[in-house]
Design a protein around this ligand. Sequence first.
Ligand SMILES: [Fe+2]
Length: 275
Amino acid sequence: VNADPSHAAEFFTPEERSLAERFATQGHLVIPVEDRPALDRLRGFVVDRAARFLGADPGGDPGDFLDGIHHRVAPDKLNEFRLSVIGDLNEAEWARPAYFRLARGHLGTIVGNELAMQRRFNLSVQLPDDESSLLPIHSDVWAGDSPFEVVLWVPLVDCRRTKSMFIVDPETDRRIQRDLARFDGRGVEDLFRAVEPRIQFLDVAYGEVLLFTQNLMHGNRVNREPGTRWSINMRFKSLLSPYADKRLGEFFEPITLRPATRFGLEHRLPEGFHE
Ligand SMILES: [Fe+2]
């Protein structure tokens, strides 16, 4: 297989080509949401369930309510609160199709049109100056994820600087991961210090989504912005690409299986027959 994308360039539209090049160079894309009503519905649902859990009136602007949630939830109650909201989200059958519609076209170009999607939502809530819910620098592949997975990361409030997540660019990532053995046993903070000059915090406003490859090192730091970070993430992968620890049917579920593939998967060659 010739993995050089330029080899097949003439099969892509100019738009697909430029998106693919951006993704290949940056390892991520920040793009406008493709279905704004679906995003608003997801955020409205989260606000409603969060307010219900707290016995609070969400008041006027849903973004302001989420941004200011640290005035209502103490750090030691945060996880219980977060799990309750995710549980509600996972029970809402419309939520995963709505989430897919946020970036369906871009997922088609970057990953493929026959996809498997994570079954359960992840929700991250990061209160300002809270040091208890950090995600140290890592690549998901180190912990057993397939390198064919991408993450669709959707903020429910404007996320910038330390309120957002950081990622390492593909070139730096290759250079550091090639020599990762020299960080063996030294702890991830040492690794973070080594890449710190090159990391990029991704500014993603409400109304935008982030698509990235989790092969690149990424993570977050203590949120030093005044508002609380709220983001949802879900993994997608090409349905027939190799799986690792996160299995099809357990962690992932086919969402856009095509009829020709269904014929292929169900096919059994008849036995005991010769033409
Ligand atoms: Fe990750």
